[in-house]
Ligand binder design. Structure first.
Ligand code: NAP
Length: 265
């Protein structure tokens, strides 16, 4: 299947690591030009170098996405470099453990800054450019929005808001032919996930407990599996899909977990 995204420009926040890195690689493999946006310049440079060695393209912007100004600067730089934007992947985030009991009003607000506000800022500043290309937006949310996790109010609230905004923006942008979708991962081994696991007394046992409950294959989802869905949703091959929440999670959220570990799965 030709996805038809050759030479198209896609912004990927948090594109140097984890799920974002997977999406950047998949976009580049399809001939698109991913813009890696993140605050780990060294990791981003290594990734860009690897793409270039394979004859693929990419562009790196080193930025902390905490403010509207920094998000506007990102969009301005992309437009001055390439003149066009075909898609935005809002992906950067951190599960920062700001709970109801352990958090404070201040840390809750900070968590929204880290996880939610830049999704809106970037979509807002990209919009005039997406209108010209009839581009698309993809929001990476999390299963915590629908299952909860405990002790992570800021993150869970942000992830829920991203799902709501996916539908809200899909409606508002129908008139421009801009599609908006979200992917809801559950358990994907990435640097973020690895850091979270290390907080447990026995990370290996914890990981076994988790994978035991993932119905399809009792294993983690790979970042490549998230990326395949991401690139498809961004492309014109998904031209009649908008406002959707796609769960790429081996059935974790919706299938009967009581079956996990039995002969039926
Ligand atoms: P990751 O391994 O930590 O990678 C995220 C990248 O985003 C990192 O490079 C990080 O930079 C960057 N980043 C985070 N906040 C940023 C900011 N404000 N400005 C600039 N860069 C920023 O995370 P991941 O596991 O791939 O997660 C990516 C997305 O998937 C997140 O939205 C997360 O909620 C979602 N998700 C992940 C899982 C999972 O199992 N991994 C499950 C559900 C949802 P630093 O390295 O400098 O922090």
């Amino acid at each position: 299947m030709d996805l038809g995204i050759k030479n198209e420009i896609y912004l990927v926040t948090g594109g140097a690591k984890g799920i974002g890195e997977g999406i950047v690689r998949a976009l580049a493999e399809e001939g698109a030009i991913p813009v890696i946006i993140g605050r780990s310049p060294e990791v981003g440079k290594v990734l860009l170098g690897e793409l270039e060695e394979k004859g693929l393209s990419g562009y790196l912007i080193h930025k902390e996405l905490g403010t509207p100004e920094s998000c506007k600067e990102v969009v301005d730089e992309v437009v001055s470099e390439y003149d066009k934007i075909h898609g935005l992947v809002n992906n950067a985030g951190v599960n920062d453990g700001v709970g109801l009991e352990r958090g404070t009003p201040e840390t809750f607000l900070e968590s929204l800054h880290k996880n939610l506000y830049h999704y809106y800022y970037l979509a807002h500043f990209c919009l005039p450019h997406l209108k010209k290309t009839k581009g698309s937006i993809l929001n990476i949310s999390s299963k915590t929005a629908v299952t909860g996790q405990g002790n992570t109010s800021g993150y869970a609230a942000s992830k829920g808001a991203q799902m709501a905004l996916t539908r809200e923006w899909a409606v508002e942008l129908l008139q421009y032919g801009i599609r908006v979708n979200s992917i809801i991962p559950a358990e994907v081994m990435t640097p973020l996930y690895e850091n979270w696991l290390q907080k447990f007394e026995n990370p290996e046992e914890k990981l076994k407990d988790i994978t035991r409950n993932i119905p399809l294959g009792e294993r983690m989802t790979t970042k490549e599996e998230i990326a395949s869905m991401a690139v498809y949703l961004l492309s014109k091959q998904a031209s009649h899909i908008t406002g959707q929440h796609l769960y790429v999670d081996g059935g974790y959220v919706h299938l009967d977990r009581a079956l996990a570990g039995t002969d039926l799965v």
